[in-house]
Every structure is written in structure tokens, then in C-alpha cells.
Design a protein around this ligand. Structure first.
Ligand SMILES: NC(=O)c1ccc[n+]([C@@H]2O[C@H](COP(=O)([O-])OP(=O)(O)OC[C@H]3O[C@@H](n4cnc5c(N)ncnc54)[C@H](OP(=O)(O)O)[C@@H]3O)[C@@H](O)[C@H]2O)c1
Length: 415
């Protein structure tokens, strides 16, 4: 029997947003949510969403597309929401997963802050029953965009308070905390933040920073070009090696990835337990307390495509490169995944997978290419705070990648 909560998900087409709607519809906590409103900016049809087919036992889903939060203020947005959304006054839970990447960091902070402010102001006008707001920050907030990183891992939540000021103003998460602290003062609702490192998951129509999609497109084209995989015309029976796209230090550094379903489930749980998670607390999140190395994951990912994933061509330990976010060494010895996709993407069209071209990664393309070269330092997360809540779910991080690959193939986004 469904409960009385109404969840609104902003950024429902994104990596975390898609998974949140998916988890809510798959009756993750049917006893709590009777209504879900999924809000997207770009057009999205339910028939293309890959969410489960409607079912009487599920919460009622309304999908509202075309809401560009960059336009207007809270009052304007409140007017739009009232017009477009059924029972906006019954909204109890806001899941805010919107992010827009802009080259200029300060402008990026200002634009993203202003979009979240509009959402909070709008609901202040139209949703008197609001109980909980939650959003994801990220390890960018621990200074990982600075060459070599900022803090000695494991990264702990209290470290964000000592982030160097010049760096902190280039990240939007401190601005989100400030706005929610002010807006929730004296109100009935409370909020929390989750901090993921790399998020691994599915989206139906692309994403700005999906490493899983970027590498899956690369590996599927690489397999095809070497006579491997379901679409290959001339089959190659010899093992085909694919080197890790980075250097040895990038392959060997420790980090804590999270699948989108893990973070979605945890955000839902948190929103239903304000006494444990509320009051503006920050929680690191990952699939496992044991950190991973890309070098260990790579062979398992390549193997799904019928390839043999091997170590990097470039064996430098690379800390001497001192690269920052989005930077690549001057001369890489092979095409980066992004360059490879651009060179060969005509194959998607020829194989009847045109949506792989429109539904690839967006603004984060270069940053994703640099992952194996720039992230050469350990940056694993401490999960102590989350474990102490009793809500930590553990899964093998490889599962999230393979599940996403299955979905990408089903949705025609890879070969
Ligand atoms: N990706 C990662 O690995 C990662 C890692 C750590 C932290 N994070 C953080 O997680 C948060 C969400 O990131 P994500 O990776 O889930 O991003 P994403 O997949 O690119 O999704 C972003 C969402 O924001 C929406 N959006 C963008 N501009 C908008 C606008 N003007 N108006 C309304 N909606 C807009 C997009 O909607 P449309 O698609 O409809 O335009 C999309 O649904 C960000 O704060 C990010 O920094 C991400």
C-alpha cells in the first residue's frame, strides 16, 4: 500500500536522477512514495526513458520535460510548476541532481547556485508540506581538481571545511550548503548532501560526465574494428588487447567509485530518515569500503566486450606530469577514447545505432579522456560516517559497470 509522500526529481534524465526515478518506480520504498514527478530540461518521452512500464502497484509518475532552470527566478518557476505539475502542493521530498558545466568556473558556480536557489524559492511558495531536500556534491569538493589533489586520503567529510579558499570558490557545493542552511532556517524541512567520486550508471540520452558511457562507446568501437563483438562483420578468433587509456600512476591510484543505483537508494533512504541524515550533514558514499584501482577494473570491463584489457602503453608514474583536471600529456602514444570515438563514430550509424551519436557524453568529453592521466594520486573515501548510520549497502563495483553496459546496448548507445 503506497504512502503519502510525493518526490520531485530535478535532473531526472541525468546519471543519478534517472536511477532515482528507476529505484522509486521499482518500489524501492513503495510504502512511502505515492507520487513521483520527474523533471528534465531536454525533451524526454516516457517511451524512450527505459523506466519500468507503469503498473498499478507503483507510485504514479508524471514526467515534465522542457524545464530550463536558467531562466527566471523562484516566483517565475513557481508559476510554471503550478501549471505543469499535478498536486505540486503535496511535494514532500526534493531530489536535486541538476548540474550544468560551464568553462568559466566562477560563472559555473553562479549559474548552478542560482538554479538551485530558484528551485528552493519556488517550493517555498508552492509546497507547504516539504520535509527533506537532498543533493550530490562530489570529490571535486575535496580538491581533486588541483594537480596532485589537496588532502591526504582517506578523504573525510570534515576536510571540506579546510578547502583552500581560492579553490573553494571554483566549486558550487559550498554555495549549495550555504543556500540550504539559510533557506531551511526555522522551516519544517531539513537536508543532507552525499559525496560520490566517479558515478557509474545508465542514462537514456547521454550525460555530461558519464565515464561508463564514454569507455563503453570506445570499447565497443574498438572491438568492432578488431573483428570482435555482435556487430563485427569478419570475426577475429585471436585475443585482441586493449591498453588502459592512461599511464601507470593513473591505473594504480586508489579511489572509491559508486554505482548510480547505490547512491539513489541511499538518497531515498536518507530522505525518509531525517533524524539520522538531516541537519545539513555530508556523507561520503561508494559501492564498497575497499577502494579500487582502474588498472584492476580495466580487464573486467574490456572482457565484457570480448577484449583483453592490458596495462597502459605509457608506463610513467606521472606524478611529475603534474596535470590538472582535463589536461592530457602533450603527446599520447595512441588516440584517447574520445578521439577514437570521433574518428570511428560513423560505424554507429552504419550499424543502425544512430542514437549512439546523439546520446554520447557531452561537455565532459575531454575531462573523461584525461581521467587515466590526471587522477594519478590516491583519493579513496572514508565511509565511516555512512556505515555508522546502518544504511550502507555494499556491492562489487564491477556490477555497476556491467549493468550499465547491458543497458547501453539495449538502448542502442553502443554496439
Ligand atoms: N558524473 C559523475 O561521475 C559525478 C561524480 C561526482 C559528482 N557528480 C555530481 O553529481 C551531480 C549530478 O551530476 P550527473 O553526473 O548526474 O550529471 P548529468 O548526468 O549530466 O545530469 C545533469 C542533469 O542536470 C540537468 N540539467 C542541466 N542543465 C539544466 C538546466 N539548465 N535546467 C534544468 N536541468 C538541467 C540535465 O537535464 P537534461 O539532460 O534534460 O538537460 C541532467 O538531467 C553534479 O553536481 C555533479 O557534479 C557527478
Amino acid at each position: 500500500m503506497a504512502g503519502s509522500h510525493h518526490a520531485i526529481i530535478y535532473g531526472a534524465s541525468g546519471l543519478i536522477g534517472w536511477s532515482l526515478v528507476n529505484q522509486l518506480l521499482r518500489s524501492y520504498d513503495v510504502a512511502s512514495f505515492s507520487r513521483i514527478t520527474a523533471v528534465t530540461n531536454r525533451p524526454l518521452n516516457l517511451s524512450e526513458s527505459h523506466w519500468p512500464e507503469p503498473d498499478r502497484k507503483q507510485p504514479v509518475l508524471q514526467l515534465v520535460s522542457g524545464v530550463d532552470l536558467r531562466h527566471g527566478d523562484g516566483a517565475t518557476l513557481a508559476g510554471c510548476l503550478k501549471e505543469a505539475i499535478n498536486d505540486i502542493d503535496t511535494v514532500t521530498h526534493i531530489f536535486y541532481l541538476v548540474f550544468t558545466a560551464i568553462d568559466d568556473d566562477l560563472e559555473e558556480v553562479a549559474v548552478n547556485r542560482s538554479m538551485f536557489q530558484s528551485v528552493i524559492d519556488a517550493h517555498g511558495l508552492v509546497s507547504p508540506n516539504l520535509q527533506f531536500v537532498t543533493f550530490p556534491g562530489g570529490t571535486r569538493g575535496y580538491g581533486i581538481y588541483a594537480p596532485g589533489g589537496t588532502f591526504t586520503p582517506p578523504l573525510r567529510e570534515e576536510m571540506v571545511k579546510t578547502l583552500p579558499v581560492d579553490y573553494a570558490k571554483t566549486v558550487v557545493y559550498p554555495a549549495y550548503r550555504e543556500l540550504l542552511t539559510t533557506a531551511s532556517e526555522g522551516k519544517k524541512w531539513t537536508w543532507c548532501e552525499f559525496c560520490p567520486d566517479a558515478i557509474v550508471g545508465f542514462t537514456p540520452n547521454g550525460s555530461q560526465y558519464s565515464l561508463a558511457l564514454h569507455w563503453a562507446q570506445y570499447l565497443s568501437l574498438y572491438a568492432y574494428n578488431h573483428g570482435v563483438g555482435p556487430f563485427a562483420q569478419t570475426k577475429n578468433s585471436n585475443p585482441v588487447e586493449v591498453p588502459f587509456p592512461g599511464n601507470a600512476a593513473g591505473a594504480n591510484s586508489l579511489f572509491s567509485p559508486v554505482s548510480s543505483s547505490t547512491i539513489a537508494r541511499c538518497m531515498i533512504n536518507a530522505s525518509l530518515h531525517p533524524e539520522t541524515f538531516g541537519n545539513g550533514q555530508l556523507f561520503n558514499i561508494a559501492d564498497s569500503e575497499t577502494p579500487c584501482r582502474y588498472g584492476d577494473l580495466w580487464p573486467k570491463l574490456a572482457s565484457w566486450f570480448g577484449l583483453v584489457g592490458v596495462g597502459p602503453i605509457e608506463d610513467s608514474q606521472a606524478k611529475d606530469h603534474n596535470l590538472g583536471v582535463g589536461e592530457l600529456p602533450k603527446a599520447t602514444q595512441s588516440l584517447t577514447p574520445g578521439e577514437y570515438i570521433i574518428r570511428h563514430r560513423g560505424v554507429f550509424d552504419r550499424c543502425g545505432r544512430a542514437s549512439a551519436i546523439s546520446g554520447g557524453v557531452g561537455a565532459g568529453h575531454r575531462q573523461l579522456d584525461s581521467v587515466g592521466y590526471w587522477l594519478t594520486f590516491d583519493r579513496e573515501l572514508s565511509l565511516k560516517r555512512l556505515i555508522e548510520t546502518g544504511f550502507m549497502e555494499t556491492r562489487d563495483p564491477v556490477h555497476g559497470w556491467l549493468e550499465s553496459f547491458e543497458m547501453f546496448r539495449k538502448a542502442g548507445l553502443i554496439l
